[in-house]
Design a protein around this ligand. Structure first.
Ligand SMILES: [Zn+2]
Ligand SMILES: [Zn+2]
Length: 274
């Protein structure tokens, strides 16, 4: 059976970890059946690079944003720069943005203020958002509730919470994206969520080069490994891998406004870029 085409809804192809072999990593993803990658920005500078990389591949798309780790340094000029990037058709979302109260590299109140500024920007540009939240679920939910009517959707990336938390985000119109964390044997509450949530609202991602799935734990992660998360999701839900691949592909295209044929397609076993 041919490998079903897979969408990696969140990867960082422009991190220093890939400086020496980025094109090989992208080729390996393609050979592993990955036909769509959302390349995610974490700073203004990185977002520009992310867009430049995406321009080189019809099946790779970009986001632009500033990770909450960098919230303390966000200026008006940075907001304007992100707004400029959002005008590019290759930039399909604003992110990653959000709250990280685990590492707390920026004070909490500043993170919240910047998060709100970016949510306003996403609304004014009618773009979906890619949200990072760590040890900050209650505050993230509270802030998002203020924006629920106006947001053009979005994704809770690397979701690692409980079923009830996932439902709260779904109720706000956001989709849930599972990373390689889903493959960890001790991630029991996450497994429970993955079994019970509606497949129509689920995405899969690598967050590469971080968060390698269980079979590659301790190594550098890469988009080709999204298949491990797809397999785990299929096993947990007792559904065929092909169905998981097809539905998460469709969901990724829907939330980011990409035509379902906008990625790479397989034709007679050969890879055809469209
Ligand atoms: Zn993140
Ligand atoms: Zn990320």
């Amino acid at each position: 059976m041919p490998t079903p085409r897979l969408a990696d809804a969140h990867a960082h192809l422009d991190m220093p970890e890939y400086a020496a072999d980025q094109s090989n990593i992208i080729q390996q993803a393609q050979e592993a059946g990955v036909g769509l990658i959302i390349n995610v920005g974490i700073s203004v500078k990185n977002s520009r690079q992310v867009l430049a990389t995406a321009r080189g591949y019809p099946w790779i798309y970009a986001t632009a944003g500033v990770h909450p780790h960098g919230a303390a340094g966000v200026s008006g000029a940075d907001l304007a720069a992100v707004a400029d990037l959002l005008a590019d058709p290759k930039v399909v979302a604003l992110g990653e943005i959000g709250l990280d109260f685990y590492r707390r590299r920026a004070p909490e109140d500043i993170q919240e203020h910047v998060f709100r500024q970016f949510l306003d920007l996403a609304i004014s540009h009618a773009k979906p958002v890619v949200i990072h939240t760590r040890d900050a679920t209650a505050r993230t939910l509270a802030i998002l509730r203020d924006y629920r009517q106006r947001l053009a959707g979005g994704v809770m990336h690397c979701f690692s919470g409980t079923y009830d938390e996932a439902v709260a985000f779904l109720d706000l119109g956001l989709e849930i994206s599972f990373s390689g964390v889903l493959t960890y044997p001790n991630a029991k509450p996450l497994h429970d969520a993955a079994r019970r949530l509606p497949l129509e609202r689920l995405l899969i991602e690598t967050d590469a080069p971080y968060l390698s799935p269980q079979p590659r734990r301790g190594q550098r992660n890469e988009p080709a490994y999204v298949r491990f998360t797809a397999q785990t999701l299929a096993e947990l839900r007792q559904q065929p891998l092909a169905d998981i691949a097809a539905q998460t592909w469709e969901n990724t295209c829907r939330v980011f406004g990409i035509h379902p044929d906008g990625g790479q397609q397989r034709e007679n076993g050969k890879i055809r870029a469209v």
